[in-house]
Design a binder for this molecule. Structure first.
Ligand SMILES: [Zn+2]
Length: 143
């Protein structure tokens, strides 16, 4: 049977593949949040172990996919960070910015057939920049 051949590495690969597919089929940012010009996501990691992944900055413009799940930066981890709620909070909030913390709930391969909870800590900042109201108005008048 083919299923018996699925290794933990293959499973992780499959999850990443699924994330990629979800991203590919997500609506564009401008369709979901038409008023938003771009989003900036800053991800800072704090590891319980010896190696801490580099920080990441993502700037998502109007044409980008409105998909806010990011795979855990550890290649041997099957976890992901879901910033969908944070993005919504930033867009809805009065300052258009939100910060928060998440912990990876994925598992990392630590040996053959063994895995351990990842618990990689993420501090994030999500900032939404809205289209200029004056520009939006002049566009409206021009049409
Ligand atoms: Zn992880």
């Amino acid at each position: 049977m083919k299923l018996a051949l699925i290794t933990p590495a293959a499973k992780r690969q499959e999850r990443r593949e699924r994330l990629r597919n979800s991203r590919a089929t997500a609506l564009a940012l401008r369709e979901v949040f038409p008023a938003v010009q771009y989003l900036r996501l800053d991800l800072m990691f704090r590891s319980p172990g010896p190696s801490t992944p580099a920080m990441q900055s993502h700037t998502l413009h109007a044409a980008a996919r409105a998909f806010f799940e990011f795979p855990c930066p550890y290649a041997d981890c099957d976890g992901q960070f879901d910033l969908s709620a944070a993005v919504k909070a930033a867009i809805a909030g009065p300052t258009h910015q939100t910060t928060g913390e998440l912990e990876c709930s994925g598992r990392r391969a630590v040996g053959v057939g063994e895995s351990d909870l990842c618990k990689l800590h993420l501090s994030y900042t999500v900032a939404a920049t809205f289209k200029d109201a004056a520009v939006a108005l002049s566009v409206k008048h021009a049409t």
